[in-house]
Structures are given as C-alpha cells and as structure tokens.
Design a protein around this ligand. Structure first.
Ligand SMILES: [Zn+2]
Length: 210
C-alpha cells in the first residue's frame, strides 16, 4: 500500500538541499523508502538545485568545479550493499539499519518501550507501542515527526500505516493511539521537548531523558 501521509514540500526541499539535520533527515529517508511519489519529487528538487548552481556567477562555479575535479581524481568508493537486517529488526528500513541495534529496548511510558537513537536535531527514538495503547495526552516545544514502521496508529481522526509520516506542530495537544490489531513500531522525533500535562507529566518529565 502506498503511503497516504507525506512530508510537506518544505521538508522535501530541505531534505533535497541538505538543509535538514540528521534526525529529521532520517524520518524523510524512511518515508522515501516506501513512497515513489516523494522519491520522484526529491529527484526533481535536486535537479532544480543543480540547474541553479549552473547559473551561479563564474567565480563561485569555478571554486566548486575545482573541488569537484579534485574529488574526481580520488578513487570512487566501492558501491556498498545495504547493511543486512538484524534478526528481530525486520521492520527497519535501510536508512535505519546502521543505527540498529545500538542499545536494547528500554522502558519509556506504560505499555511502550524505546530505542533512543543518537542523531543530531532532536530526541529521536524508535517506539514500540502495545496494541490499543495511547500516548498520554501531550504537546511539545517544536515539531513532532512520526514515521510508522510496523502496525499503525490513529491520531486526530486520521489513521497512519507503514510508510506514513505524521507531522504535529508545537501546540497540538494530542493522543496518538496504536491500532487494536497489533503492536505499532514507529520512528519518533521531537525537535524540542515532550510536555505531558498533569501529575503523570510532572512525574515523567523528570525521568524521561530529553
Ligand atoms: Zn510521500
């Protein structure tokens, strides 16, 4: 099934031009492994970027051409095969495999375990959520990006399945809930801090590493 929830045009443009940090780039790269439409769009944006470089003043082009020719003199790196998938991590798409398994599953919130991933640009983790389990209602400082890897969840009347990218803004108070028919595994990024209102939030905000 093709994904139905896609990155915004701005996110794809930032990805194509290399302006995105490592953590959000991983979210986009994960979505692209599922979505041929967005892969095509990234190719188109990269071609537009290449055409713009050709229109730069000659001095800027000369400098970049010099460095390009310098690089062409170096031997080309061997085409490397994607890292093999580790047993038990078959849900991990190619862009995530170099990060796995760094650490074992750790507890996160009731009914949820996590693998924190070290990537620059926010709190990035893989979350495994039991069937039917909801995140406590929360908001965050900064954008929240979620890519489904296995199973599915619902949030704000929408359903998300493998390959779908869910984007929440920093004032969205929401309660994503795993579907009832099985566990949900997703790649989950908060670019700022998670904020859990109420006593549970007071308790957990002290213990959840940010
Ligand atoms: Zn897409």
């Amino acid at each position: 099934m093709n994904p139905r929830h896609h990155p915004t045009e701005d996110l794809l443009l930032d990805y194509a031009t290399g302006a995105l940090a490592e953590a959000p780039s991983l979210l986009i790269a994960t979505h692209l492994t599922y979505c041929s439409a967005c892969r095509g769009e990234v190719k188109r944006l990269e071609a537009v970027g290449g055409a713009l470089v050709e229109q730069l003043p000659a001095t800027a082009v000369t400098t970049s051409l010099d460095s390009l020719f310098a690089r062409l003199d170096e031997p080309a790196p061997a085409e490397s095969a994607p890292p093999p998938v580790q047993p038990g991590y078959e849900w991990a798409p190619v862009p995530l495999r170099p990060y796995l398994p760094q650490v074992p599953w750790r507890s996160f919130l009731p009914g949820m375990t996590q693998i924190p991933l070290g990537a620059e640009g926010g709190s990035l983790r893989i979350l495994r959520v039991q069937a039917g389990r909801a995140m406590p209602k929360h908001t965050h400082n900064g954008r929240e990006l979620t890519a489904v890897l296995k199973g599915g969840f619902s949030d704000g009347g929408k359903d998300y399945f493998p390959g779908d990218l869910a984007i929440a803004g920093d004032d969205d108070l929401h309660t994503p809930t795993a579907h009832d028919d099985g566990e949900c595994i997703c790649l989950y990024l908060i670019e700022g801090r998670l904020k859990l209102p109420g006593w549970l939030g007071l308790l957990l905000n002290r213990f959840i590493p940010h």
